[in-house]
Design a protein around this ligand. Structure first.
Ligand code: GLN
Length: 484
């Protein structure tokens, strides 16, 4: 069961090979067997999931099918889901039950999908390793001594270990693509504004974007068909006709051009990663794709620019956690000010505090022009580089992560080394562009992905190119062994 695609699960439900209750129970049992070792889920509610599955079975018995009727999907614990606890990986929200559904959860409910549980994540989505969660480290199912990537490490670990067929995730600087790369999965970060952020707990609002993590491009396309929808409750949601992302998966890509940025493929690129990417290029060449060297001259500045803009926005977004309206409140305080101070001191973890401090600093009078404004100017230059590049190619190839997964604890003392994990992913968030990471091979038995970046709203093209690669390669079919 665990290697079936979403389409195969759909077909199985249609043919009555199994019911939605049986399917959901299968995944809940997988979670029972594996979660104590992997820690991919924060909240599981068997009763609620089974109840939803029973409703789906009733629809199925009447032959009423929507996009994902009866299929269990894991939800990153950043998405509010009414009557489910929503923690965002933080002690601050350990007691938080949202009174409403996020748009993403609402769309999955409407598509007939079953909520399988809420997945672990770095606290407030700040991290690249899933080590900052209040609920503990998530382990990489490919080797339990290694990180699964972050911040959507719980979603990635759940899917690659067979605890869920697919999961939602979010990507502010790489949090869909980097864990996908480290866990042998396909993860798509859509164009900024394609998926509503309503009810998705905010980290850095101008960068945050939700997307799917699944085994294949085909599964991601099915998920995106559900997730991409205009929402008037998100002022950055973009109104456009709904697309069918599965339609063009099989179109020929012969004669198309992929750009190769010379700044990413330089001597600093890990040799093993380079070899893997060259093999990806050969596969595309066999499909009739041409390669062209392009330049993204400002991309090297993307990590420092991001670590000004993202903390600035985070410091503003996280000011709402003051112990007054919802979330954690310290118990011993003598006046209002001490209540604020103790609540934030006790409720936030170290990485979140670091971001709030940096963010407040770069926004403060006297430093705003020197840091924040300058970062915004460079952000524009980074986006302009991409716009220029897309006049010469259809998509851009890049590494997804600088290396395979690293050992738990290896980078926790060195925040800059941790931040560099996203050196190949962050520029697309700054530009608002869509990008995917898909399995490309293994180095020392650990998986690694490649990245394809597209122009605005080129999700269908990205999925098409990835699906074509997956139809002539089988990296995405490999499953972790070991304890599993
Ligand atoms: N690793 C980056 C950070 O720590 C990106 C996280 C994300 O995409 N949510 O901010």
């Amino acid at each position: 069961m665990k290697d079936l695609s979403l389409n195969e699960l759909k077909q199985g439900l249609k043919n009555k090979d199994f019911s939605s209750v049986e399917l959901t129970q299968y995944y809940l049992n997988q979670i029972k067997d594996l979660n104590s070792q992997i820690n991919a889920f924060i909240t599981i509610d068997e009763e609620k999931s089974i109840q939803q599955a029973q409703q789906a079975d009733q629809l199925i018995s009447k032959n009423h099918f929507s996009e994902l009727t009866g299929i269990p999907i894991a939800q990153k614990d950043i998405f509010c889901a009414s009557s489910w606890k929503t923690t965002c990986g933080s002690k601050m929200l350990d007691n938080f039950y949202a009174p409403y559904d996020s748009k993403v959860v609402d769309l999955f409910n409407k598509s007939g999908a079953i909520n399988l549980g809420k997945t672990n994540m770095d606290e407030f989505a700040m991290g690249s390793s899933n080590e900052t969660s209040y609920y503990g480290v998530v382990k990489n199912p490919w080797n339990l001594d290694f990180v699964p990537g972050g911040s959507s490490g719980g979603s990635a670990a759940a899917v690659t270990s067979g605890m869920a067929p697919a999961a939602t995730a979010t990507d502010t600087g790489g949090s869909i693509r980097q864990p996908a790369s480290l866990c042998n999965l396909t993860g798509l970060k859509p164009t900024y504004g394609l998926v509503s952020r309503f009810g998705m707990i905010a980290f850095a609002s101008s960068l945050d974007q939700a997307g799917p993590i699944a085994k294949t491009a085909e599964d991601c396309a099915l998920m995106l068909n559900v997730m991409a929808d205009f929402d008037e409750r998100d002022s950055t949601s973009i109104k456009r006709d709904k697309e069918n992302y599965t339609q063009s998966l099989t179109s020929s890509i012969q004669g198309k051009t992929i750009g190769v940025p010379k700044e990413f493929f330089n001597n600093e690129l890990n040799q093993d990663v380079k070899i893997i990417l060259e093999k990806v290029m050969q596969a595309y060449q066999s499909l009739g794709v041409n390669f062209k060297e392009i330049s993204l001259p400002n991309s090297q500045l993307s990590v420092p620019v991001y670590y000004v803009i993202a903390p600035a926005e985070a410091s503003s977004n996280l000011s709402r956690y003051d112990g007054v309206k919802f979330g954690y409140r310290a118990s011993n305080y003598k006046d209002l000010e001490e209540m604020y101070l103790k609540t934030r001191e006790e409720g936030f973890g170290d990485e979140v505090k670091r971001r709030i401090l940096v963010g407040t600093y770069v926004l403060s009078a006297g430093y705003y022009d020197a840091y924040y404004l300058k970062a915004q100017r460079i952000r524009r230059l980074i986006a302009d580089d991409f716009i220029k590049a897309f006049t010469q190619c259809d998509l851009i190839l890049a590494p997804s992560s600088p290396s395979t997964a690293f050992k738990i604890g290896d980078k926790t003392e060195d925040p800059v080394a941790m931040y560099m994990q996203d050196m190949f992913t962050i520029s697309t968030n700054l530009a608002g562009l869509p990008a995917i990471s898909a399995p490309a091979g293994f180095i020392n038995k650990m998986p690694i992905g490649f990245q394809l970046i597209g122009n605005y709203f080129d999700e269908a093209k990205i999925l098409n190119f990835t699906h074509q690669y997956q139809s002539i390669s089988d990296w995405h079919k490999h499953l972790p062994g070991g304890v599993l």
